[in-house]
Each structure stands twice: as C-alpha cells, then as structure tokens.
Design a binder for this molecule. Structure first.
Ligand code: NDP
Ligand code: GDR
Length: 373
C-alpha cells in the first residue's frame, strides 16, 4: 500500500524539498496551500501533476492553519499516514510586528491539526511531525544545545513555537499519538525565503556584483548560527516518523559561524575580497579587490555593505549551536552538505538569476531587486 502524507507549508522551502523526497520514496503527497492573489507555488511547480491525470501522486488543497473546519475536512478526505506540520509564519523579526497572527498560526495552528486528527479518530493511524526550532533555546542556557537544554524563547515566534512543542508532547503523552518534534537549527538552500539572512546576503551580493543594486543593508552581523542544508534536514524529518517510538531530536551540524563570515564567503564566491571598518551602526564593508568576471560592476573602494538598525530585533538570539549526537546515534543521521558548500550553491544560483536580470536591464526592461528583510 502506498503511504499518504499531508504537508502543511508545502509551498515553503522545507515543504518543497520534503515533497520531492516523499515522492521519490513512492508516497502519495498532499499539501496545503494558501489562497493568494498571485501564484505562490513556484517552489513546487516542477513536481506539480495535472489532477486530471489518472493516479496523480501530488495533490494540493486550499487551506489555512487558522481554519479548523478546513483542516478537519482535508484530513478526513486525505486520511494521511503521516502529517508534517511545516506551515508557519516563520520569520522571527516579522513575529514582533505580527505577534497575535504568529501565535494563531504557529501555536494554535498546531493544536488545530492535532485536535483534527483526534476528532477524526485517526490518533492511532496518523503520525505527526512538528517543525520545532532552535529558537526555543533563545537566551542559551548551555552550549551546545541538546534535547535536554532548557528553553528561553526570545520572540513571539519562539514563544508560539514553544506552545506547539509542548502540545505535541502532550498529545503523545495524553493520547498515545505518534507525535514528535524535530528541533531544527537554521537550514538554508537556494530555495530559502529572500528575507532570511543567508539568502538576503547571497542574492544581495549577486545583484550588487551585477550592478543591479548599490548596497546591502544588514542588522546584527555578529550573530552566530549553526547553518545546515534543507535537503539534509527534510530527510531527517521523514526518518523521525519511521521509528518504533516517537521521540524528539535536535537536528544541527554542530558547527557555528557568524553572519559576518557568511558574508565574507559569499563575497569570495563572487571574486570579491571585503574589508570591514568602523563599528556598531557605523560599520561598513568596502571592496578590497575583485578577481574573475563575476562582479563586473565593482571596483576596489566601493562600499557595498552598511548597517541599518531597522534590522536589529527588540530581543536578539546572539548564538545558537546544536549537538546532533542523539540523531547520529539513534538514527544514523549525519548532514552531508557543509555550510560552505551550501553557501557556494546559493551564490551560484543567485548569480545566474542576477546575470539574467542584468541582461534584461541592459535591454531596457525592469527587474525586481528588493532586499527587504
Ligand atoms: P517557509 O517560510 O519557507 O515556509 C512556510 C510555509 O508555511 C509556507 O508554505 C507558507 O505559505 C506556509 N504558511 C504560512 N502561514 C500559513 C498559514 N496561516 N496557513 C497555512 N500555511 C501557512 O519556512 P521553512 O520552509 O524554512 O520552514 C518550515 C518550518 O520549519 C516552519 O514551521 C519554520 O518555522 C520551521 N523551522 C524552520 C527552520 C529553518 O531554518 N528553515 C529551522 C527550524 C524550524 P506561503 O508560501 O503561502 O507563504
Ligand atoms: P533566524 O533567521 O532569526 O535565526 O530564524 P534569520 O536568517 O532571519 O536571522 C539569522 C540571524 O541573522 C541576523 N541578521 C539578519 N537577519 C535578517 N533576516 N536580515 C538581516 O538583515 C540581518 N542582519 C543580521 C538576525 O538578527 C539573526 O541573528 C530562522 C527562521 O527560519 C526560523 O523560522 C527558524 O525557526 C530559525 O531560523 C531556526
């Protein structure tokens, strides 16, 4: 029997990689997408199957984590073996602007899904994965962080995800559901949303190298993160649902870098050496040298990075470093792609787009270049 999976957040970074992964494993994959005024399925368009075709294995349903009746109806229709709850208002800085909505989607949305499974009597059939996060550690109590490190969330996003974490544990303990949390540290890819820091950097620098924008405006570039590749992390999401007993796992690389280092590597991928000077909000980065042909728009002395305090957060998570020993020991999971390899892949993809846009611009056409985030 073909297994059936339901993914919330299928149009996001992880949802798209997970859908590909499950289709390769032979699953029938159902996803919930939000209604939007323009197309929002670009990350999954390549795996879309015409629903009129017999035996289509990829199906999208309109829905929203704020709508219980809609979630219950979809789960009843799909009767999933596995539910992956990846849907969320996932931007930490935005959660300070929209705290109530973030709580509704990220916290209560998780409860709505678990309750729908229970209400439909599927609690013994349907396995549940919750996209928990290293943001739960916030103001870190222990380095590196493990499954037993205490939480101290530092944003409305992290507080909402803390509710989701515990309600998942509670449904496991109260109703014997196979429900588990993946406590995932930051993971990125060429499909990463454009306003998260890594993608903002790779896309912004590629645009600057091609003369599409003048300068990158950043927040706290001394923040430290443990960055992995989304492809490695979705494999682990699936593995967590294939065990005898549901358990929670930390997923991380175990290596930490600063935002500043990520900027330096990204620039090098484009043949640019940077020189940082000044401090605090006065810090800037100038081009020290340019080699190769990837940055034709730049010359030594150009200032291409400045600090803009509007990207500082009301409460910052300064440092995160995970210890994935339990995942390695119990599941044999180790990340296959290094942070540097991932950075190179992201820059290469963003450079291709920037080169295409530069060509269009040279022919008098408008191109999108915003790097808000
Ligand atoms: P993305 O922001 O790329 O994707 C989020 C997805 O959730 C999108 O499909 C989005 O839809 C959907 N969504 C947002 N609001 C709603 C809603 N109200 N109802 C239904 N769906 C909604 O996130 P990632 O793929 O990076 O992350 C996946 C999950 O993992 C998230 O829950 C995130 O919080 C969590 N996480 C991510 C980490 C990371 O480093 N990437 C680390 C740890 C946890 P649309 O496309 O329409 O916006
Ligand atoms: P994060 O990711 O908050 O860790 O949440 P993000 O990439 O947004 O920020 C990482 C760090 O970089 C600093 N930073 C900036 N961030 C952004 N977005 N824009 C900037 O200009 C900028 N300058 C510096 C931030 O202050 C922060 O310290 C991500 C999300 O995917 C969450 O959903 C997920 O739960 C966690 O990772 C683990």
């Amino acid at each position: 029997m073909k297994k059936r999976a339901l993914i919330t957040g299928i149009t996001g970074q992880d949802g798209s990689y997970l859908a590909e992964f499950l289709l390769e494993k032979g699953y029938e994959v159902h996803g919930i997408k939000r209604r939007a005024s323009s197309f929002n399925t670009s990350r999954v368009d390549h795996i879309y199957e015409d629903p009129h075709v017999d035996k289509a294995r990829f199906k999208l349903h309109y829905g929203d984590l704020t709508d219980s009746s809609n979630l219950t109806r979809i789960i009843q229709e799909v009767q999933p073996d596995e539910v992956y709850n990846l849907g969320a208002q996932s931007h930490v800085a935005v959660s300070f602007e929209a705290p109530e909505y973030t709580a509704d989607v990220d916290a209560i949305g998780t409860l709505r899904l678990l309750e729908a499974i229970r209400f439909l009597g599927l609690e013994k059939k349907t396995r549940f994965y919750q996209a928990s996060t290293s943001e739960l550690y916030g103001l870190v109590q222990e380095i590196p962080q493990t499954e037993t490190t205490p939480f101290h969330p530092r944003s409305p996003y992290a507080v909402a995800k803390m509710y989701a974490y515990w309600i998942t544990v509670n449904y496991r303990e109260a109703y014997g559901m196979y429900a588990c949390n993946g406590i995932l540290f930051n993971h990125e890819s060429p499909r990463r949303g454009e306003t998260f820091v890594t993608r903002k950097i790779t896309r912004g620098l590629a645009n600057i190298a091609q003369g599409l924008e003048p300068c990158l405006y950043m927040g706290n570039i001394d923040a430290l993160r443990d960055w992995g590749h989304a492809k490695d992390y979705v494999r682990m999401q699936w593995m967590m649902l294939q065990q005898e007993e549901a358990e929670d796992f930390v997923i991380a690389t175990g290596v930490q870098y600063s935002v500043r280092e990520f900027i330096t590597w990204s620039a090098r991928e484009l043949g640019i050496e940077l020189e940082f000077s000044g401090s605090g909000v006065e810090e800037i980065a100038k081009v020290a040298s340019v080699t190769g042909d990837k940055a034709p728009a730049l010359k030594p002395g150009d200032t291409i990075l400045r600090i803009d305090p509007r990207y500082f957060r009301p409460a910052e998570v300064e440092t995160l470093l995970g210890n994935p020993a339990k995942a390695k020991e119990k599941l044999g999971w180790v990340p296959e792609i290094t942070t540097q390899e991932m950075c190179a892949e992201m820059v290469a993809e963003d450079l291709k787009t920037a080169q295409r846009h530069a060509l269009l611009q040279a022919h008098g056409m408008d191109v999108p270049v915003s790097t808000e985030g």
